[in-house]
Design a protein around this ligand. Sequence first.
Ligand code: ZN
Length: 163
Amino acid sequence: MIRPIVLWPDPVLTQVCAAVTDIADDIQALASDMLETMYAAPGRGLAAPQVGVPIRLFVMDAAGANAERTPRVLINPEIIDRSDTRISGPEGCLSIPGVTTDIDRAAEITLRWTGLDGSLFVEHLTGFEAICAQHETDHLDGIVTFDRLTVAARQAVEAEYFA
Ligand code: ZN
């Protein structure tokens, strides 16, 4: 089921989300709906607060639009290591439609998370996956791309967004 995507500045996008303690049927259904919603948007990452559920879960698929789907569901993700090497590239956000901003991120990260089956994963992520996972983990901490800009840059993109 496709769920409506919450748009910034909805307050659910600014709160620190709660850890998932029990991967029950409602979580399975949420993850399934979020993947469907992400693919339909279309997007390559979607965090639970973006569909109005303030819990620590996001979905992503680093594959491009024409590639075979590789859906991932990440529960209670935690960035446990970041490379010193940084990269900056354009990021969009399904909750801030029409705005793309250059964001500075670690080029590589090590991410730990729980899968839908309850098993624990630790993986070194690079490239688009590293950027996407940082963007989505930010959402779980109530942070959007605007929060990572300088004051001047933020004022400019906010003016564009609200125009
Ligand atoms: Zn986003």
